[in-house]
Write a protein that binds this ligand. Structure first.
Ligand SMILES: CC(C)(COP(=O)(O)OP(=O)(O)OC[C@H]1O[C@@H](n2cnc3c(N)ncnc32)[C@H](O)[C@@H]1OP(=O)(O)O)[C@@H](O)C(=O)NCCC(=O)NCCS
Length: 169
């Protein structure tokens, strides 16, 4: 099967309802889903904490989305971001759309001279995109076995990260 033709671009004013709906549908079948991933994106946006919001467009429809937000580290070191939620239209999963969104998010992080990026996710999926398990750096109350870090420069400082407060609301 040919991969779907997609265009990746930053979200525009008309996109939030489609992003909300896509995220809800993509996470619904996932056993680990909290059920409010689609709400979290809106809260981040309202707080001015949606550092990057990229959509994948296919035939004029939003079929993929990834969010980046600022995170903190107990050392006080700045320049770290959190990746997620990330969603791909269920019918178009496993055709490279998620990988393309992550690649574009990594390009943005490099352009910002970011130190790196953290996420909680499937340890079988994210290492192919450079994220490595980092259980010793997991935020409190986060499952350490699913916590991963992409270090872009300078390694990972000792201590724990913390996602944006919106993740704990
Ligand atoms: C996770 C997700 C964003 C990946 O996007 P994608 O476009 O399907 O990913 P890609 O096509 O770039 O990569 C495909 C690979 O991802 C992995 N993968 C994709 N979805 C997966 C899933 N639900 N569970 C485990 N691995 C998955 C597989 O290893 C797959 O490779 P394979 O087909 O060789 O087995 C997408 O599947 C999704 O929206 N899932 C539901 C929401 C979710 O779980 N978000 C992430 C929470 S951490």
């Amino acid at each position: 099967m040919n991969p779907p033709a997609i265009r990746i671009r930053p979200e525009v004013e008309a996109d939030p309802p489609a992003i909300f709906d896509l995220t809800r549908r993509a996470f619904a079948p996932m056993p680990f889903a909290a059920g409010d991933e689609q709400v979290l994106i809106g809260v981040l946006r309202d707080l001015g904490a949606l550092s990057l919001s990229l959509v994948a467009e296919h035939r004029g429809e939003v079929v993929g989305h990834v969010a980046l937000s600022p995170v903190t580290h107990e050392s006080g070191e700045a320049g770290w971001f959190g990746l997620g939620p990330i969603s791909v239209e269920p019918a178009l999963q496993r055709q490279g759309v998620g990988g393309a969104l992550i690649a574009e998010a990594k390009r943005w992080l490099s352009d910002q001279d970011a130190r790196g990026c953290i996420l909680t996710g499937d340890p079988n999926y994210y290492p192919r995109h450079g994220f490595l398990p980092a259980p010793g750096h997991a935020p409190e109350a986060e499952p350490p076995e699913y916590f991963m870090v992409l270090s872009l420069s300078g390694g990972i400082p000792d201590g724990r990260f913390r996602f944006h407060p919106a993740f704990y609301a």
